[in-house]
Design a protein around this ligand. Structure first.
Ligand SMILES: Nc1ncnc2c1ncn2[C@@H]1O[C@H](COP(=O)(O)OP(=O)(O)OP(=O)(O)O)[C@@H](O)[C@H]1O
Ligand SMILES: [Mg+2]
Length: 509
């Protein structure tokens, strides 16, 4: 019989009157990879935060290796061998990889840290688990995928036996995702036990041994990987099969957004080089690319958050190259930011305040400088209802929403702005497959109304489904331009990795 490494029985978690976990009973076997799936707000993060000691259960019991436990802090959980890789990494930028890994558990020589032994120990650890890192590199120089590796090593250094991952792939490039999945598999093979929360069902099918599906705080299904498939899991999560979309031909109008030779140099490097692109009215234009090829900087230059070194940006025929974010917004641009917490929202602000952002001067919400609170509340309620954001009330802080629901609120806010141009970056990151369909419908509806949408997404399927035209961005340059249907996923994939476009004809309007 396999040993249950942990078991949670009849867990309830109340936030005010909201039952985030409702009689949840789950367990994990030694050496197993367990996936938790379910719609946004289903209670996945909550149940794992309880296991990791970040939250206290309202009711229920937890056993680790048969012993009843009660965790008050993550250190209590860590002492019993439970570690969690957080989505927002908790690393110190100006310290080295090795220093971060041993932080709070330093190897000492007398009063001081023993640098040599620290580096050696970290090296051994990284070799043992096949997680390649440079112990002496500074964190600030490490890309996201590497930082995640450091987080994992930090947990392994503290001898964790159970490792919890909460949507670890949301921030990674496709290559980094592959390597993460390999790491997860090899950790399990070496006897560690894993919990993985993800919305990506291909990842589930690639690594899971067993799967729990959660809905509205409850576990509604349990499956072995071998007895299920992505279609069934999707159905169990959202209650219907995802629809195949038939998109009508676009009716492009005049040019709404245009860049001319847009370039950005940083530290003697071309981050963006001579980018010429345009978005017409009634068109969704996709930017395909492996993240890190200039998408983020393009996004920042287009919205006024960063000044390009050379070139120009035109919005509705007017030059806005070095104009402020406010000018961009006032001239008719809405913007769903790739980083919802950095640019997109104020985490401590109420939902209504976050919804009001960039609209505080509109007559419907403001009278002679006084905010019309009832109107704001009503608008927020409308938006929450229409986009099915799971929230208690409009005064709630945005950081109390589940990750996907916070994303939905911001996406909703920007889509509801009646602007002619929408810049849409990773609009469905962390969003469940049911809500994803809804957001895609909203984007297409904007296009029907004549809005010009620029869609930046690392999900190739999202780009392929929605875009009327696609630009491929590689190392800051446009490496190809295609109309809908003129390119397949494979060719795009090759171009995204810097391959050449030999047979595929470049098209221009
Ligand atoms: N600190 C909090 N205060 C109030 N409500 C909370 C708090 N944390 C979570 N909730 C609520 O509990 C419910 C479950 O949230 P949880 O974060 O567990 O969802 P999730 O399944 O992880 O969703 P997602 O896929 O969007 O990350 C949500 O409705 C959320 O709004
Ligand atoms: Mg979550």
């Amino acid at each position: 019989m396999t040993e249950k490494i942990f078991e949670m029985q009849h867990i309830d978690k109340l936030y005010g009157t909201l039952l985030a976990n409702n009689d949840v009973s789950i367990h994990l076997n030694q050496g197993e990879i367990l996936c938790l799936v379910g719609e946004n707000g289903a209670g996945k993060s909550t149940i794992m935060k309880i296991l990791y000691g970040l939250e206290q259960p309202t009711d229920g019991e937890i056993y680790v290796k048969g012993e009843k436990v009660r965790f008050h802090t993550p250190s209590d959980a860590m002492a019993k061998g439970i570690g969690m890789v957080q989505q927002h990494f908790m690393l110190f930028e100006n310290m080295t990889v090795a220093e971060n890994i041993v932080f709070k558990n330093e190897i000492r020589k007398g009063l001081f840290m023993d640098r040599k032994r620290t580096v050696e120990t970290v090296k051994e650890l990284s070799e043992k688990y096949g997680l390649k890192i440079d112990p002496e590199a500074k964190i600030e120089d490490c890309p996201v995928g590497l930082r995640q590796r450091v987080e994992i090593l930090k947990i392994l250094y503290q001898s964790a036996e159970i490792i919890i991952f909460d949507e670890p792939s949301a921030v990674l490039t496709p290559l980094e995702v592959d390597s993460l999945l390999e790491t997860i598999k090899s950790l399990a093979a070496s006897g560690k036990s894993i919990v993985l929360i993800t919305h990506k069902l291909q990842e589930v099918m690639a690594v899971a041994d067993r799967i729990y599906v959660m809905r509205a705080g409850k576990v509604v299904a349990e499956r072995l990987r071998g007895e299920t498939n992505t279609d069934e899991l999707a159905f169990l999560m959202v209650g219907h099969h995802p629809a195949l979309r038939d998109v009508a031909a676009p009716q492009p109008g005049e040019v709404l957004l245009e860049t001319k030779k847009l370039s950005l140099h940083r530290e003697h490097r071309d981050i963006l080089k001579d980018v010429d692109l345009h978005v017409n009215a009634g068109e969704v234009v996709g930017i395909a690319g492996v993240s890190g090829n200039g998408q983020t900087e393009l996004e920042l230059c287009l919205t006024g958050l960063e000044r390009p070194t050379e070139g120009q940006v035109f919005l509705l025929g007017k030059e806005v190259t070095n104009a402020s974010v406010k000018t961009h917004r006032d001239s008719g641009m809405a913007y769903i930011s790739e980083d919802r917490y950095l640019w997109g929202s104020a985490a401590e602000g109420a939902l209504s305040e976050n919804v009001l952002m960039a609209k505080e001067n509109r007559a419907e919400f403001n009278r002679y400088g006084f905010l019309k609170h009832d109107a704001i509340k009503e608008y927020t309620e409308k938006l929450i209802k229409r986009f099915d954001v799971k929230a208690n009330d409009t005064d709630q802080k945005i950081r109390e929403l589940s990750g996907g629901n916070a994303q939905k609120l911001i996406t909703a806010r920007e889509i509801m702005m009646d602007t002619p141009v929408l810049i849409c970056c990773e609009p469905t990151r962390g969003i469940d497959i049911g809500a994803m369909e809804f957001i895609h419908d909203q984007i297409l509806e904007k296009r029907e109304k004549g809005c010009g949408v620029l869609l930046v997404s690392s999900e190739l399927s999202e780009i392929m489904t929605l875009s009327d035209r696609i630009y491929v961005l590689f190392e800051g340059k446009i490496a190809g331009e295609f109309k809908r249907g003129a390119v397949d996923e494979k060719t795009l994939g090759i171009l995204m990795l810097g391959g050449r476009r030999d047979e595929t004809e470049k098209i221009r309007q």
